[in-house]
Design a protein around this ligand. Structure first.
Ligand code: HEM
Length: 410
């Protein structure tokens, strides 16, 4: 279906678009005129050897695709909507070893096991340690006067939370942090992380986690690794499966939460009434609004397993379907004044953590806890923080990322 107002060749996964902005006005046009729209691409540009994908823009349709894994596969072409054109099919298929890119029944088996590490009790158990860490991170930044909010504050708690959750020994944390950072930035030339450096970091992280799993199998301890791998029976992860799970946590839990925190700070500093309100009342609804506002994951994809219809469009078996959480989170059918940053918004059925299907974010409660802890620490210790520059955005095809945000710590 044509969408006349979009410039010829416009692509909702073009990394250069996201270097300056998330295309919210273009999403709004599609929601109104062609809610499920075919975005043609030059052959093979996304790494899949095809000519484009469907852009799903409405809240209800993103939910529908997310909750029908039989019809919309996360595995056929993975959940990642764009790789580099130079990726081989073999390199893409390796990604199916992480659960984000699995379908039932394999996904169901892995998800049931790893869920044990993310029970409300397990997350509550981290709260005191993370509160102390949040206070410490903010305190360290305060000494700096002016600095980069992303590296000083937003990066730190997510990394520490995952290390804490997995029980990574303190001495090994610097290496884990380094590998995690190298893995997520290959689309942005300025960061000078080549694909090879990123791939090597991933291999090193996987092999570190496999060794940790093997050691805990030999000699179980009171931590999540032992719980997920220790006993040798069907309900446990093998060491290699654990390695890929840690890899996913390092990517899924770091970059996302870091960007939610950075966008949240920027939103507060550009909406001072909301910052004042937060400092005064600390509403529990703030973290969810920050995630809706930021929508750190712009999109994931599925692949149709048979011919089907969605939002008036006829989708063919084998075609890719992009689910655009950023668009769903601004759908006026669901959100009153979606362009308003309102930390008391309630209810807030945003899809920032996914559309509610089997892949719904495993780390949601941890992420919400981290966001709450860091903004409470900031409101306590740095109430007068102000902006010292515009955010510098990450070049990425599907992440709403900020790589630098200069602030005065006050
Ligand atoms: C604000 C922060 C976060 C955002 C916006 C976010 C967003 C998402 C989204 C959109 C998905 C895919 C949902 C779907 O396909 O239906 C997802 C999956 C996932 N997330 Fe998160 N996430 C965040 C934080 C975290 C954290 C802190 C962790 C863990 C430490 C985590 C672990 C995962 C895992 C393991 C999956 C894959 C689940 C599966 O395939 O079954 N996420 N997340």
């Amino acid at each position: 279906m044509p969408c006349p107002a979009l410039p010829e060749g416009f692509d909702f996964t073009d990394p250069d678009v996201y270097r300056t902005r998330v295309p919210l006005p273009e999403f709004a046009q599609l929601r109104q005129t062609a809610p499920v729209w075919w975005n043609a691409q030059p052959h093979g540009i996304a790494g899949f050897g095809d000519d484009g994908y469907w852009v799903v823009t409405r809240h209800q349709d993103v939910k529908e695709v997310s909750t029908k894994p039989d019809l919309f596969s996360a595995s056929r072409n993975t959940s990642i909507i764009r790789f580099n054109a130079s990726m081989t099919r073999e390199q893409i298929d390796v990604q199916k070893l992480i659960m984000l890119n699995m379908d039932p029944p394999e996904h169901t088996r892995v998800r049931q096991i790893v869920q044990r590490g993310f029970t409300p009790r397990a997350i509550r158990g981290l709260e005191d340690a993370l509160r102390r860490r949040a206070a410490h991170i903010v305190d360290e930044a305060r000494r700096g006067g002016t600095g980069d909010f992303v590296t000083d504050i937003a990066c730190e708690l997510p990394l520490q939370a995952i290390a804490e959750l997995i029980g990574i020994p303190q001495d090994d944390r610097a290496r884990i942090f380094d590998w995690s950072n190298k893995m997520v930035a290959y689309d942005d030339p300025e960061l000078a992380i080549t694909e090879e450096v990123g791939a090597n970091a991933a291999m090193e992280l996987i092999s570190y986690a496999m060794n940790l799993a093997a050691a805990r199998k030999e000699c179980p301890a009171e931590d999540i690794v032992s719980r997920l791998v220790a006993a040798e029976h069907e309900g446990n992860l093998g060491s290699d499966e654990f390695g890929f799970f840690v890899l996913l946590l390092a990517v899924a839990g770091n970059e996302t939460t870091r960007n939610a925190i950075t966008h949240g700070m920027h939103a507060f500093l550009t909406h001072p009434d909301q910052w004042e309100l937060f400092k005064r009342e600390r509403p529990a609804t703030a973290a969810e609004e920050i995630v809706r506002w930021a929508t750190p994951v712009v999109s994931f994809q599925r692949t149709a397993t048979q011919d089907t219809e969605l939002g008036g469009a006829k989708i063919k078996e084998g075609q890719r379907v992009g689910i655009f959480y950023s668009s769903a989170n601004h759908d006026p059918e669901v959100f009153t004044d979606p362009g308003v940053f309102d930390i008391t918004r309630d209810p807030n059925p945003h899809l920032g953590f996914g559309g509610g299907g089997p892949h719904f974010c495993l780390g949601k409660s941890l992420a919400v806890l981290e966001i709450n802890l860091i903004f409470n620490a900031l409101a306590d210790a740095l109430p007068d923080i102000t902006l010292a520059g515009d955010p510098r955005r990450l070049r990425s095809a599907w992440l709403n990322g900020v790589k630098e945000l200069r602030v005065h710590y006050g």
